[in-house]
Write a protein that binds this ligand. Structure first.
Ligand code: NOJ
Length: 512
């Protein structure tokens, strides 16, 4: 395995949905220069790295996850030079930038796909997964049919306008299913390496990889896809050994084996992530149960050899805003958890001020129910919350109409705001290695109707994290003697040798 980019060990990421962060040219849509302009804000919060959602040419039927040119910044966001300048300015602040790599599919407008649709064989014929007759569908994947002179149906990877790139089948079963080492599958792999090479050689620090587990088909246990990523890691080790790789896979035992440094905990599938933040009675709302999450988390950590690099995001562009289900001070308790677990935390833009999910919006660019989580950043109390000088009806997505919507400006000056607590939590994490990405975690209470508590440890240092979102009295025993309270939020607590008592609604980190 490669040289680790050591900055990951203490990274706190900030996810930016470029459309909605900051518009500096008044067209109603965010841009790269807007991100560069706000780097100081992100740095001041304490974040050390960015993840940008795709900012490349696209017909934007899935907000840019339908790429039509991997190597060109979409004109609405600026130019390749603007993006390179963002890398440079971030580096000057000792920050790092991950781009979003979408290797599983392209837009149906991508020139590769236009060529692949042709009846005559050409360089791109095998770039996508096609059957050999329009009457046969590639079962299990969905398909595009009746749109080309080519006789065949093309598998799709997500929406129907996103044809699946061909990395081969782990176990080919039909004549049209190519093996992983067929020339077509190998040339797709090389083409994606070229895309990575293009951006890494211009200063990008790595990638968040979209649907990383979806590449090889008929690959139930992920063996083919793991082998494919191992090959990509070998290429990175040879040419860009410091490239950081974070997967959207949700199975760290597989993704870390494939050479990813970190994997996201997903909000779908078996993770029980939603039990904590997004359900009728979320644990951090004060009335829920975290035990199924804890059991699953432990299992997943064990399966991945305790490497601990499972990233738990505050939210993202695909799910409800944290603030939709968790209100008031409970949000700080949720952040106390997010900022004290292993793996790098990811803060979704605006979550640090408690931005709300905007209800009732019409879908924008394939957002559907996700649109309400993608509204413009709320900077201040000027027009359009300081996001853009465009007329309000020209904004990409309307601003949250709530008269009491939170803003950066109001929260920066308030020592009791959510922003200030998130900042205090980040700086506590950054000052104590056991709280960072690589520290171990041992749960001593699983949050079954009671506080959640765990010991983070590294190189003999131990920190007790105790988070009590309940509204009642709780007492818990632990092994150790309290030496120093590193962080405390909420109601009073009492700590003595091996015993902590709370009145509910509190979070405390104690060095033992
Ligand atoms: C996951 C991305 O996060 C989501 O926004 C996108 O729609 C799908 N992958 C398809 O690329």
């Amino acid at each position: 395995m490669s040289e680790r980019p050591e900055w990951l060990d203490n990274a706190v990421f900030y996810e930016i949905y470029p459309q909605s962060f900051m518009d500096t040219d008044g067209d109603g849509i965010g841009n790269i220069n807007g991100i560069t302009q706000k780097l100081g804000y992100i740095k001041e919060l304490g974040c050390t790295a960015l993840w940008l959602n795709p900012c490349f040419c696209s017909p934007f039927m899935d907000a840019g996850y339908d790429v039509s040119d991997y190597c060109k910044v979409a004109p609405r966001y600026g130019t390749n030079d603007d993006l390179v300048r963002l890398f440079e300015e971030a580096h000057k602040l000792d920050m790092h930038v991950l781009l979003d790599l979408v290797p599983g599919h392209t837009s149906w407008e991508h020139p590769w796909f236009r060529e692949s649709m042709k009846a005559e064989r050409n360089e791109y014929t095998d770039r996508y997964v096609w059957t050999d007759s329009v009457w046969e569908e590639p079962t299990g994947y969905g398909s595009l049919r009746g749109i080309s002179d080519r006789d065949g149906s093309c598998a799709v990877n997500f929406f129907t306008h996103q044809p699946a790139l061909n990395y081969g089948f782990y176990k080919p079963e039909r004549p049209w299913q190519q093996s992983m080492d067929s020339p077509g599958a190998l040339s797709t792999r090389e083409a994606i390496k070229d895309v990575m090479r293009f951006w890494l050689s211009r200063g990008c620090d790595g990638f968040r990889v979209d649907m990383a587990g979806s590449l090889v088909k008929n690959d139930e246990d992920g063996r083919g896809t793991i082998a494919l990523w191992q090959d990509i890691r070998r290429f990175l080790d040879a040419e860009f050994p410091r490239a950081a790789m974070v997967s959207e896979w949700g199975e760290p035992d597989k993704s870390l084996l494939g050479g990813f440094h970190m994997d996201f905990l997903l909000h779908f599938g078996p993770s029980h992530y939603n039990d904590l933040f997004r359900c009728e009675a979320p644990y951090f709302g004060g009335h829920g149960d975290a035990s199924a999450f804890v059991a699953r988390y432990k299992e997943s950590r064990e399966r991945s050899g305790g490497k601990g690099l499972i990233c738990i995001p505050s939210g993202n562009h695909d799910m409800d805003r944290l603030a939709r289900h968790i209100k008031g001070d409970d949000r700080t308790l949720a952040f106390a958890f997010l900022l004290s677990v292993p793996g790098a935390p990811f803060i979704y833009y605006g979550d640090e001020i408690g931005m709300n999910y905007v209800e009732g919006l019409t879908s924008v660019e394939g957002g559907y129910g996700r649109t309400g989580s993608r509204s413009p950043m709320q900077w201040d109390d000027t027009a359009n919350a300081g996001f853009s000088s465009a007329p309000a009806d020209k904004l990409y997505i309307p601003i949250d109409p709530d008269a009491d919507r939170p803003t950066v400006k109001a929260q920066l000056g308030d020592p009791h705001s959510l922003y200030s607590e998130v900042k205090r939590l980040i700086s506590t994490r950054q000052a104590h290695k056991p709280l960072q990405s690589l520290g171990d975690i041992e749960f001593i209470s699983d949050g079954k109707g009671c506080p959640l508590a765990y010991i983070r440890s590294l190189d003999g240092e131990r920190i007790l994290v105790f988070i009590d979102p309940t509204d009642g009295k709780n007492t818990m025993r632990f092994d150790g003697t309290p030496a120093e309270v590193l962080y405390h939020f909420g109601r009073d607590i009492e700590i003595s040798d091996g015993c902590i008592s709370s009145q509910g609604k509190t979070a405390v980190f104690v060095r033992l």
